[in-house]
Design a protein around this ligand. Structure first.
Ligand SMILES: Nc1ncnc2c1ncn2[C@@H]1O[C@H](COP(=O)(O)OP(=O)(O)OP(=O)(O)O)[C@@H](O)[C@H]1O
Ligand SMILES: [Mg+2]
Length: 269
């Protein structure tokens, strides 16, 4: 059987641009993996996300999903069924006039019976708390609601691999908590996921981390590995968990600290 998901020497240069978007990235994912891709602004995360789902085609190398290549137009339909991207900027994702139509849009493009479509859309509205907002325009939602809708759009399609690009950006703490919980539920149900971010806190439960700089993968390993190399991680534009950062500044054994409870217990010792 073909491997689940493969990036083989993938590069991408934007037309007319001298800067490299992504350069020679290799990756192989097993089903059920949670991968975090970390990097500073402009390091190539969103470009890689678009390459992974076929929205961009590599200028060199190959992206393969269960053997289908994003380079072949006649295989893109199979790729879109398997990989879904939750955009960094939700407004760029929305295509329909109301929240309900927006969730229905992708589902209706599948060959499903009207009853299954209705049930799936209702499940999406309820799970993401959007039922009360179903008749408004997606663009008139709050930032947190837009993020919920962008996730719902992809969740109802049940892709084998979900890509989430900076899903917590610009959200207040309550909305961050809610989205984090929804993503954690997905992850622990066995969903394969790639989370693109600059925050190590969001990546702590990942099976593996890739760090990008200047479009290249500059480090790969378990998330805890980055806690032991704080200076380098900061130089790559990665934000350490706030409690870890505080422990470093207090001169404590910071690698043992990733949250407030651990910080308090180290302080008491
Ligand atoms: N449409 C575009 N045309 C030309 N260059 C682009 C385009 N989009 C991105 N780039 C360039 O490609 C590089 C990678 O950008 P990308 O958006 O992938 O970074 P990122 O890691 O997602 O950044 P951020 O954290 O700000 O979202 C940057 O140098 C950027 O300027
Ligand atoms: Mg980005």
């Amino acid at each position: 059987m073909a491997p689940f998901f493969v990036l083989d020497q993938v590069s991408y240069c934007y037309p007319g641009s001298s800067t490299t978007g992504v350069c020679q990235v290799n990756l192989e994912l097993e089903p059920g993996t949670f991968l975090a891709v970390l990097g500073a602004n402009g390091s190539g995360k969103s470009t890689l996300a678009r390459l992974c789902c076929g929205l961009l085609k590599p200028t060199a190398g190959r992206v393969l999903v269960e053997g289908y290549s994003t380079a072949n137009d006649d295989e893109l339909k199979e790729i879109y069924r398997r990989v879904g991207l939750v955009f960094q900027h939700p407004d760029n994702q929305f295509v329909a006039g109301t929240v309900e139509r927006e969730i229905a849009f992708g589902v209706e493009n599948r060959t499903l019976s009207p009853a299954v479509i209705r049930r799936t859309v209702d499940e999406g509205l309820v799970r993401f708390g959007l039922e009360p907002r179903k008749n408004v325009s997606p663009h008139s939602l709050s930032g947190g609601e837009k993020r919920l809708l962008s996730l719902a759009d992809i969740w109802v399609l049940k892709p084998k691999l979900i890509l989430v690009d900076e899903p917590l950006a610009m959200l207040d703490p309550g909305a961050k908590k809610r989205i984090t919980r929804l993503l954690a539920d997905l992850r622990y149900s066995g969903q394969s996921m790639i989370w693109f971010t600059h925050g190590l806190l969001e990546a702590l439960t990942a099976d593996r981390v890739l760090v990008m700089a200047g479009g290249r993968v500059v480090w790969s390993g378990p998330p805890a590995g980055l806690l032991t190399m704080a200076e380098q991680a900061r130089a790559w534009g990665i934000t350490l968990p706030p409690a870890t950062e505080a422990a470093y500044r207090l001169g404590l054994k910071a690698t043992a600290v990733t949250n407030l409870d651990e910080l308090v217990s180290v302080l008491w010792r």
